[in-house]
Design a protein around this ligand. Structure first.
Ligand SMILES: Nc1ncnc2c1ncn2[C@@H]1O[C@H](COP(=O)(O)OP(=O)(O)OP(=O)(O)O)[C@@H](O)[C@H]1O
Ligand SMILES: [Mg+2]
Length: 332
């Protein structure tokens, strides 16, 4: 059976002068799926999203949203999209509800449509009690939720969120993710006349398809799939589990003191590729099949250098470990 994809981008490329901002990116996102774009500053995440929403024209490549070609049928494609840009702005002097009304009217919703929808969405994002508060008086996290509500007012089937939680406190980030998970796990309720819209049949409907960029690894690990971007390219893609599995057996965790002695001992081992501090512990990445050798050498080196080991063992790699390794590998 053919799979349905709500976002299908194939070999997208975009240059700005000499800069290859996006260099042959292909991404497919299914209904009910959260796809995370992860990468450092300037990797090309925002440009990729702007190509998909049709805010920028690709130099080459293809892209469709719910079956609508973004180049040929931009209005149809946009009618399926909600987009929260990295630097979206709210009207600070308008209330929460007035802000949503503005976005709804820009998107062509009629007065009898926007109000019930806005109230439903404010309830969904937890802002119902704040509908008459001026946007300028909302906390940072509440502003992000209002941004999300505005992007959802047209009930889009595809949602693009560009770093929606950057700078937001951890508790609000958790709330935000609960909302996203509810969004993608709720089957879409489309109007009856939407049969076979854009070639996507109602039978195929899951929830919304989400493409989200994030700098946070805990968020990346909540995505169904991740694309790791660097210099305009997706250099690795997979489920969080598949990506972590690339380093299975190659990360040691070391706790002890003093940290500088531990670090020096690790760096001086010929089979150690990288050492990173995570709070009070070190993650030591070793060459393939060398974990046991490094482990026994480290024990004696640290002791002879006057250090103390509280714990030293092979640990499950985190996504941070994987991304650091991938970044280094792509520099070589
Ligand atoms: N309008 C533009 N004009 C010229 N160069 C641009 C433009 N937009 C982006 N770039 C360049 O393209 C590259 C990719 O930028 P992009 O904003 O897509 O990265 P990003 O992954 O979103 O970064 P960040 O994490 O900082 O948001 C960068 O080198 C950037 O300087
Ligand atoms: Mg960006």
């Amino acid at each position: 059976m053919n799979e349905t994809f709500f976002i299908e981008a194939e070999n997208l490329t975009k240059h700005f002068g000499e800069v290859r901002a996006v260099d042959g990116v292909s991404i497919r996102v299914k209904p009910g799926e959260i796809y995370g774009l992860v990468g450092s500053d300037g990797a090309g995440k925002t440009t990729t999203m702007r190509l998909i929403v049709g805010a920028l024209k690709a130099d080459s490549g293809e892209c469709s949203v719910c079956g609508y070609d973004v180049k040929k049928h931009i209005e149809d494609a946009r009618s399926q999209l909600g987009y929260l840009s990295q630097r979206f702005s709210l009207y600070e002097d308008l209330t929460v509800l007035e802000n949503i009304r503005f976005f709804a009217e820009v998107r062509g919703l009629k007065p009898d449509e926007w109000l019930p929808r806005s109230l439903e969405i404010l309830d969904f994002v937890g802002l119902a009690n704040f509908k008459d508060r001026r946007a300028g008086q909302l906390s940072g996290g509440m502003k992000q939720k209002l941004g999300l509500a505005s992007a959802l007012v047209t009930r889009p089937r595809v949602l693009l969120l560009d770093e929606p939680t950057t700078g937001v406190d951890p508790v609000t980030r958790q709330d935000f993710w609960q909302l996203l998970i509810r969004l993608v796990s709720t089957p879409l309720h489309l109007p009856p006349n939407s049969e076979n819209l854009g070639g996507v049949s109602r039978r195929d409907e899951g929830g919304v398809a989400v493409l989200i960029s994030t700098p946070y690894m805990d968020e990346a690990s909540r995505c169904n799939r991740i694309g790791f971007m660097k210099s305009g390219r997706i250099i690795a893609e997979g489920t969080p589990w598949q990506l972590r599995d690339r380093l299975t057996g190659r990360v040691l965790e070391l706790r002890g003191s003093p940290l500088n002695v531990l670090r020096r001992a690790a760096h001086s081992d010929p089979d150690v590729e990288d050492v990173q501090a995570f709070g009070d512990r070190l993650h030591i990445r070793v060459r393939e099949k060398k974990a046991d050798d490094v482990l026994s050498r480290l024990k004696s080196r640290i002791r002879s250098a006057g250090g103390t080991i509280e714990d030293l063992r092979v640990t499950s790699p985190g996504l941070e470990d994987v991304f650091i390794a991938l970044s280094e590998a792509s520099n070589e």
